[in-house]
Design a protein around this ligand. Structure first.
Ligand SMILES: [Zn+2]
Length: 67
């Protein structure tokens, strides 16, 4: 997914793998935001779980990991 840093305005991308890993970690921990660090100024940009979900294709039910 493509992000724009709120601090410096730098555009940077997060790979699909990183997005998937972030979403999985948030769902496991019950968090609501992923901190995507800007490669330019190193500030954490908050990405909501909803944004992460939108980026990824819907997982098939038989691949659900929960429980
Ligand atoms: Zn930045």
């Amino acid at each position: 997914m493509q992000l724009r840093c709120f601090q410096c305005g730098w555009s940077f991308g997060i790979s699909k793998d990183e997005t998937a890993a972030a979403l999985e970690a948030l769902q496991a921990s019950g968090g609501s935001h992923y901190d995507a660090h800007c490669p330019r100024c190193k500030r954490a940009n908050k990405v909501s779980v909803e944004q992460l979900k939108h980026t990824l294709p819907r997982p098939r039910p038989e691949e659900k990991h929960s429980t």
